[in-house]
Ligand binder design. Structure first.
Ligand SMILES: [Ca+2]
Length: 507
């Protein structure tokens, strides 16, 4: 057989090299408080998310993705820095993020990437490390959001979830330097409290009852006191502002008769007039979850808009798309809304990623990953080496279907915001694939859950003789993680820590 002329071989090799060397773009779509229970790819029995599901069908879904500190601003700081809260300084929501420190977008910029941050930032200080930024002010409203930019405030009309996508698409089409690879954070406010749906979805779920979670009527027995002393129950703590309708009580018989006469079975809003006890819980649950899911409908629709644009523009094949949330959320599980706990629904977070040509479509991953890993993962995707002081692991090998032999076998968690909103006690702990040990350290109390026998975490088995050996092992693992991650002994939020006494200067 005649061999190919040298120049043809050289040309083919050069083309291949160009293909391999073409840097990837990364599009990070992020929601605020998106429960994995509200994504159909995770098995939701309450809603459908066809566009987010596309990422699972065409990429990988992570069933054991967790956060390090289940609360908004701290999670964002962990993602940007690849460091636990005690090292990046953002222990609680009330603090101001130190934007002078190292973040992965800054490292991407140094390595030739164009970076953009659009939508919810929520870190008080201005974004750093981005060529383009346009962000909501604090939590931002659901409608007509004023947005901060380096050139001042822009006032925009529209539904915020749509607006964030509009700005993202506009930057992709017209704003960026098309000769450079890009990294974008497109971050939604939705479905954060108080769940104001977009105009298109106001009446979705009308006239139907959504399924209730098994643990909606949790009695908080067989655990320490914190699960019972929180202030985040659907029944007692959702306000008229959350529900956009007051649930009246104590009506006179005449008033009751009037309400009953006005009751329309299609519009259950009127039924609240006579509700109390479990009936009131049912009513509040439906009202709350429906608005929450209507907000998700807009998020999902907007994920679809982005994916469609990537397809049409030809960017899809060279762009990794990641979808995640700053933490998980309670959709009535344990009787709750909100987050904060190391219990599964808030400790876990959705994570889906599509990497065309590399990640096998329809892959399901069950390895322990954490938002701590996002910085090094995105750097790795972009061909940038993660600095040694970052504390996560790149999940690129997992996306390639090659789990390293020494992949982590446990996770560290730490929540600090007490006293604070919703009165969830400070705690830290360790989770393995099968068990979870939690230390409520201000109370010096422990809980232990056997996740295989008790996936809903209703019975702490801490102190039971048959778990003594395992408890000892987990306490050892917790100590190992605290040393590995350099967790200081005094873990109270800054400002409440003992300040070192200054020795008065001698005159
Ligand atoms: Ca959040």
């Amino acid at each position: 057989m005649k061999s190919l002329p040298f120049f043809l071989v050289a040309f083919a090799l050069a083309c291949q090299a160009t293909l391999i060397a073409k840097p990837l773009n990364v599009l990070f779509i992020f929601a605020d408080d998106h429960a994995y229970q509200a994504i159909s790819a995770y098995g939701s029995n309450r809603n459908k998310t066809p566009n987010i599901d596309r990422l699972a069908k065409e990429g990988m879904i992570f069933h054991r993705a967790f956060v390090t500190n289940s609360i908004c601003a701290p999670s964002r700081a962990v993602i940007l820095t690849g460091k636990h809260s005690h090292l990046n300084g953002q222990l609680t929501n009330g603090m101001r993020f130190d934007g002078e420190q190292q973040t992965f977008p800054k490292l991407l910029q140094k390595n030739g990437y164009q970076t953009a941050m659009i939508g919810k930032w929520h870190l008080k200080s201005d974004p750093t490390g981005f060529d383009f930024w346009q962000v909501l002010q604090g939590q931002g409203p659901y409608y007509n959001p004023p947005m901060n930019t380096p050139d001042g405030v822009k006032k925009i009309t529209g539904y915020t979830t749509d607006v964030i996508t509009d700005v993202t698409l506009d930057w992709l089409k017209n704003g960026r330097d098309k000769d450079k690879p890009f990294f974008i954070m497109s971050q939604h406010k939705a479905p954060h409290r108080n769940w104001q749906p977009g105009p298109k979805h106001l009446n979705k779920y009308d006239g139907i009852d959504l399924p209730e979670p098994e643990t909606l009527r949790d009695d908080y027995k067989n655990r320490l006191s914190p699960a019972a002393t929180q202030a985040m129950t659907v029944k007692n703590h959702l306000s008229a502002n959350d529900l956009k309708l007051r649930a009246p009580g104590n009506l006179t018989p005449e008033q009751k008769a009037k309400w009953n006469a006005a009751y329309d079975p299609k519009n259950k809003a009127f039924a609240e007039a006579n509700l109390e006890g479990d009936e009131l819980l049912k009513w509040k649950y439906q009202r709350y979850v429906k608005d929450y899911l209507r907000c998700i409908d807009s998020v999902d629709e907007n994920v679809g808009r982005i994916l469609d644009y990537l397809d049409k523009s030809g960017l899809a094949e060279n762009t990794v798309v990641i979808y995640s949330s700053d933490q998980g959320w309670y959709l009535g599980e344990h009787g709750w809304y909100d987050k904060r706990w190391m219990y599964e629904e808030s400790f876990r977070t959705p994570l889906l990623a599509r990497w065309p040509g590399v990640t096998k479509p329809g892959s399901k991953n069950h390895d322990l990953v954490q938002n701590l890993d996002y910085a090094e993962t995105i750097l790795d995707l972009c061909g940038v080496k993660g600095p040694k002081d970052m504390q996560g692991e790149s999940i690129v090998p997992l996306l390639k279907g090659k789990k390293p032999d020494d992949w982590r076998k446990s996770l560290y968690y730490h929540y600090y915001e007490f006293p604070g909103a919703h009165s969830v006690r400070r705690h830290y702990g360790v989770r393995t694939e099968t068990h979870k040990l939690i230390h409520f350290y201000n109370l010096d109390g422990w809980e232990l859950y056997d996740l295989e026998k008790d996936p809903n975490e209703l019975n702490s088995v801490y102190g039971k003789p048959e778990y003594a050996a395992l408890t000892k092992e987990l306490k050892g693992e917790l100590e190992r993680l605290r040393k590995l991650y350099k967790v200081p002994e005094d873990t109270r939020p800054l400002g409440r820590q003992k300040k070192p006494r200054k020795t008065p200067k001698k005159k």
